[in-house]
Design a binder for this molecule. Structure first.
Ligand code: KIV
Length: 267
């Protein structure tokens, strides 16, 4: 649990933790209530991930999420965070046209919400964009490996195994000025090599134990989202059945007039 004495998390602090060997914790958040709970639990980085397109909006991919929607969710999450670093995803189509478009989109997120950084997907091909964002004082978290916004191009959600390409991508985003790197669905040995090679922290999802931190989609970790369960997800709760059972008991109590009782009303 977070205490009053815990430092507010910043990009430089994440780098210090990497040097100290202190692992970084990250989970996704899309609304105030969940973000507040995760922040109080001591999670270091709240990622307003565009995976909300699947677990909140019910789409099959993240491609439909818009910048307006990311602003809406990042605003709620950032309002809840006391200690965690809040990072918001740049959604598909909001940074692909040019570095100039990326700066415009990122500035909306930083100006209209209290989030402190943005994340974008892509390695070498995004290096110029990352450089431009950093020049504009936008802290950038990069994301390589399985990048869900490229699902059409990649032909599905597949483990990425090209070690040379992944290492080149990792070096390119670090040299461009990214402060941290998400590595998704990559064999553990490749992620370990990248983590050793870079000065910036790596945050893995399906990338083994050697990354400097880990991130999961909160709906997966809590067992709330049952649509699809990747191999790398560890469930720490089974909230889907808890919610169904609670709603079912409520419906039963209403129908049998057991709820509300006299004590639950006003006189
Ligand atoms: O959108 C997201 O939630 C993400 C994480 C899975 C890293 O990018």
């Amino acid at each position: 649990m977070a205490t009053e004495n815990d430092p507010v998390v910043t990009p430089p602090l994440l780098s210090r933790w990497k040097r100290d060997g202190r692992k970084i914790t990250s989970l996704t958040a899309a609304d105030y209530t969940m973000a507040r709970l995760l922040d109080e639990a001591g999670i270091d980085v709240l990622l307003v991930g565009d995976s909300l397109g699947t677990v909140v909006q019910g789409h099959g991919t993240t491609l439909k999420v818009t910048l307006d929607q990311m602003v809406y969710h990042a605003e709620m999450v950032a309002r809840a965070a006391r200690r965690a670093l809040v990072v918001a995803d740049l959604p598909f189509g909001s940074y692909h046209e040019s570095p100039r478009q990326a700066v415009r989109s990122a500035c909306r997120l930083l100006k209209e919400t209290e989030c402190q950084a943005v994340k974008l997907e892509g390695g070498r091909r995004m290096a110029a964009t990352i450089r431009r964002l950093v020049e504009a004082d936008v802290p950038v978290m990069a994301h390589i490996g399985l990048t869900p916004q490229s699902v059409r191009h990649l032909g599905g959600y597949k483990v990425q195994r090209d070690a040379d390409a992944l290492l080149a991508d990792a070096h390119a985003v670090a040299e461009a000025g990214a402060f941290a790197l998400v590595i998704e669905c990559v064999p553990s040995e490749i992620a370990a090599t990248i983590s050793q090679a870079l000065a910036i922290p790596t945050i893995g999802i399906g990338a083994g134990p050697s990354c400097d931190g880990q991130v999961l989609v909160t709906h997966d970790l809590l067992g709330l989202f049952e649509g699809f369960r990747p191999k790398f997800v560890r469930r720490y709760a089974e909230l889907a059945s808890t919610v169904r059972e609670a709603a079912n008991r409520y419906a039963h109590d209403v129908q049998s007039s057991a709820f509300p009782s006299d004590e639950e009303g006003f006189r």
